[in-house]
Design a protein around this ligand. Structure first.
Ligand code: 5GP
Length: 126
C-alpha cells in the first residue's frame, strides 16, 4: 500500500472501487489514465468528476509522484471532458478539494467539473 502525505492510500475508498468496477458509475469518458463520471449528488446541472487511474489522494501527491504520462493523460482527459460536455462556450468551473479544510470526502484525487448555469462567487464568504 502506498503512503501519501504520511497517510496510507485507502485501496477501498469509493473511487478506487469504482475504478475496479465494484461500484457502478455513470461514465462519461475513459482513457488509459483517467475515468470521468457523473457525481451522485450533483451541485450544478452538469457535475462530473474526473479521477486518475492511480493511487493518489491529493493534487500534491499526484504532482509529486505520478509518472509524467499519467499526469499528461489525466489533464488531457479533464480538458476533453469539459469540451465533450459542451461547456467551452458558456464556461465552467474546475475544483479539486484536498484535506480537512476543503472537506475532501473521498481520499482519491478527483477534479469536479461544474457547469450548465452561472456558478456564482468562487467561495462562500461565510
Ligand atoms: P469531495 O468532497 O471529496 O471533493 O467530493 C466527493 C464527491 O463524490 C461528492 O460530490 C459526492 O457527491 C461524490 N460521491 C460520493 N460517493 C459517490 C459515489 O458512490 N458515486 C458517485 N458518482 N459520486 C460519489
Amino acid at each position: 500500500m502506498s503512503v501519501k502525505n504520511g497517510a496510507p492510500y485507502d485501496d477501498n475508498n469509493i473511487f478506487a472501487r469504482i475504478l475496479r468496477g465494484e461500484i457502478a458509475a455513470k461514465t462519461v469518458f475513459e482513457n488509459d489514465h483517467a475515468l470521468a463520471f457523473h457525481d451522485i449528488n450533483p451541485q450544478a446541472p452538469v457535475h462530473v468528476l474526473v479521477i486518475p487511474k492511480g493511487p493518489y489522494v491529493s493534487m500534491a501527491d499526484f504532482a509529486a509522484d505520478a509518472p509524467a504520462e499519467l499526469v499528461t493523460g489525466f489533464f488531457r482527459a479533464v480538458g476533453q471532458v469539459a469540451r465533450q460536455l459542451g461547456l467551452e462556450e458558456d464556461g465552467y468551473r474546475i475544483l479539486a478539494n484536498a484535506g480537512m479544510n476543503s472537506h475532501q470526502e473521498v481520499p482519491h484525487l478527483h477534479v469536479h467539473i461544474f457547469g450548465g448555469k452561472p456558478l456564482g462567487p468562487m467561495l462562500s464568504r461565510a
